[in-house]
Design a protein around this ligand. Structure first.
Ligand code: TRP
Length: 327
């Protein structure tokens, strides 16, 4: 059984792109793997120094995860800051991370440029902390997007270096896992590509029905086909791609025929699309609200996850201390 680990920084709400993309896969994976899903709140401190905001966001992510089908009885769902062993491993791993390689990290350079007044040491060692999350649980597979691939390569490098310095084969090198064909890429509503890429192109799991209608009706289209059976331009294909996720095949076929015969009215398509998105999102949204307001349940889930995560973490840190030579 493989160990799968995924972390998410609590910086925003989840959208349809997350839901039909990674989350769908997580929900399946938790049945066949030893899964860890955690909220990386320590990582947020590198850019957002006030935990009060972070804590609300942690609660939001947890309720959105649970409402989407992540199951605390199948997977270990935890909050990074509930596992103090992470800090110790991070300190130890920092001894073998070199300033030069950290300064060359793309995300570090980008964030330092965006926020020149807060180029802190935590930001510099972001990749070390992330490596510790992964190595702590001896993860085999780490689902990551393109923007995190370099961090994963660095994790492998830190693992190899540790093994080499201490003459052991202790840490295994995790594999970046991108779901292959199982990852549905959900387009945004403004024609700019993936959902979530730019502000305002996304539909969030917490959106109310009227917000969804408003957003879909405002989606970018063109002036319509004038030649029968012409290929669909990207903005139009995007709407059809969304429709394929939420509507029945008959509905998709119906609008496809109208498109191919140049009779389509985008207003009608959008109305249908909005209603079908609502059908998919509304039950999730209501579950999110119930879970979010059930403080007792959320605390219980977090405590249960923390206990399981700490058990593995304590074992790893004890072994690492022993390997380094603290007796
Ligand atoms: N850096 C990741 C991101 O920004 C979040 C993260 C932290 C993570 N630790 C991790 C992801 C460990 C995977 C594994 O999205």
């Amino acid at each position: 059984m493989d160990t799968v680990l995924s972390g998410i920084r609590p910086t925003g709400d989840l959208h349809l792109g997350n839901y039909f993309g990674a989350l769908r896969n997580f929900v399946k994976m938790q049945n066949e793997n030893n899964c860890y899903f955690f909220v990386a709140d320590y990582h947020s401190l590198t850019t957002h120094p006030h935990p009060s905001d972070i804590q609300v966001n942690v609660k939001k992510i947890l309720s959105q995860y649970l409402a989407s089908g992540l199951d605390p009885e199948k997977a270990t769902i935890y909050v990074q800051s509930d596992v103090p062993q992470v800090a110790e491993l991070y300190m130890l791993m920092n001894m073998n991370a070199y300033i030069g390689e950290l300064e060359r990290t793309t995300t570090f350079k980008e964030k330092a440029r965006q926020n020149p007044d807060n180029v802190n040491a935590g930001l510099l060692t972001y990749a070390v902390l992330m490596a510790c999350d992964i190595l702590m649980m001896h993860a085999d597979k780490v689902p990551v997007g393109k923007d995190q691939e370099q961090h994963l390569e660095m994790t492998c490098k830190f693992a190899r270096r540790f093994n080499q310095i201490y003459g052991v084969e202790y840490f295994k090198e995790p594999k970046a896992f991108n779901f292959g064909n199982n990852l549905i890429k959900v387009p945004g509503l403004d024609g700019s590509g993936k959902m979530g890429k730019s502000q305002g192109n996304g539909i969030y799991l917490i959106d109310e029905d009227k917000d969804i209608r408003k957003k879909v009706m405002k989606a970018v289209t063109d002036s319509g086909p004038t030649v029968e059976n012409s290929p669909k331009p990207e903005v139009i294909q995007n709407l059809f791609t969304l429709m394929e996720l939420v509507s029945t095949p008959d509905t998709v076929q119906h609008f496809d025929n109208l498109y191919n015969t140049c009779q389509i009215r985008y207003g009608d398509l959008k109305k249908q699309l909005a209603e079908d998105i609502i059908k998919a999102v509304a039950p999730v949204r209501e579950r999110i609200k119930d879970i979010y307001n059930n403080e007792e349940y959320l605390n219980r889930v977090a405590a249960q996850g923390a206990e399981k995560a700490r058990e593995q973490a304590a074992k790893t840190v004890a072994e690492v201390r022993h390997i380094i030579g603290f007796k």
